[in-house]
Structures are given as C-alpha cells and as structure tokens.
Design a protein around this ligand. Sequence first.
Ligand SMILES: [Zn+2]
Length: 273
Amino acid sequence: MPELPEVETVCRSLRPHLIGRTIEGIEVREPRLRIPVDATSLARLEGRRVAAIDRVAKYIVFNLTGDWRWIFHLGMSGKLICVAPDVARQKHDHIIIRLDDQNELRYHDPRRFGLSLVARRGELEHLPQIKSLGIDPFDGRLTADYLFQFTRRSERRIRDLLLDQQIIAGLGNIYANEILAITGIKPTRRARRLTRREVESIAMTIPKLLADAIRWCGTSFSDYRDADDKSGEFQRHLRVYDRTGEKCRRCSAKIKRIAIGNRSGFYCPACQK
Ligand SMILES: [Zn+2]
C-alpha cells in the first residue's frame, strides 16, 4: 500500500506532465472503486486546466481552474500513469483522462480500493475522508507535546498508535516499523509506557525518515509506481521492515517478525526495548 513518501513521489512525478494542461475528456471504464465514481460530476471537469497538484495526507489533489478539486486516493494498488495515446490500454485502467497535449493520464487499480472524488474549493476539508485526518508529518505541528498527549493515555501498542490516521496522517506499516527501529522502541510496547524522551525522539524521527524515503522515491513494495511507471529504491535502506531473519544493520542480531493485529511488526530483539 503506498504510504506518504510514495504518494508525495507520485505528486512530484505528475506535475511536469500535468501542470498547465487542460483536461479534454474523461472516460470512466469501471466506476466500481471504493466509492462508485460519479461520471456526472467528472464531466464538469472537462475543459478545466490543472493549476496545481497538492498532497493532503495520502490524497492527491488536482487544483483545477474554476475552483474545482479532483481528489484521488491510490488505495492498495492504484497508479496514475501518464502515457502517449497509442500505448495499449491495460486491464484495470479504470479512468482515462485525455489531455490537450494528446497524452493521457490513466488511473489503473487492480484491487479497486482507490478513490476518485470531486469537490469545489472550500468543500475539500469538509469531505468525511479529509475531515477526520490528523496532522501532516511535515506541517510543523508534529511535536513531542502533540504526540505525548496521545501516547500517555493510550492502552494501544505504539506501532498501532502510529498507524492511527486521526493522530498522524500518512504513516503506514512500513514507516511505522522503521521509525521504531531508529528510535530503539519495540513495536509491541504499550504507548502509555513510553517516556517523554522516547516520544520526543519518535516525533523528531518521523519527518526525517519520511524525507529520506522521499529522496529515494519511496519503496517499491506492492504495485506502487509513479507517473512514469517507475518505482522507488528506499527498500534497500530499510532497517527492519520485511527483513525477517536478516541481520540488524547496527548489531547483526536477526530481525524478528511478530503478528500485531493483522499487520506484521518487525524489530531487532537486541536494539529495540
Ligand atoms: Zn540490532
């Protein structure tokens, strides 16, 4: 599943293809995404120009002229790929967007957990999906104080608390495990047992790790691709995620995998307490 660094990479890769382009036509070939795609509201976007592309947590927001917003979420396996019109259409290319430079943007999603929503400016932050989101790791409000108010009264495991999109928006299982590896905290620790100092180090590590991952264009797990159909390289730098049985890069102990809820935790038994 794409996490914040992968979505940020997708936004960056889309901009050179799309900024300044006008949408000439939109064809919905398969409306059954997580929420059915509303072809009538999409028709209102034809003739609009793409003025900006922003990331809001793990949502990709096209700012279109006329104050329209087109919001995508990639779900588990969504891709937004820019191609020439003669490139053969693939199975699972659910939305085809024809641009005024004759190229096409295609929304491809085999598992169909993704989303396509249309809103007016000003409505965006009131959409149920956006309204419930916690703070963005890069917006400066992610401080030790902010995080500590949640950890100190939570019975949950710290890994699960970090996955809570209503506290911090954009973290998923890969980066939550990596953050705990860097800070030396076992993913199964109860959040309320963390010291203020540990919480501070988590708060400081989150934007640093995510910035590193963005530099490497994210990881290439699952089907994640950017607008040019390329994947990232950050998986080579991961400390624990998906490295069961491999050596810890710090102490050479073997990385362990444990079941926490329905998503695995990965940790070094020597480095993480
Ligand atoms: Zn270790």
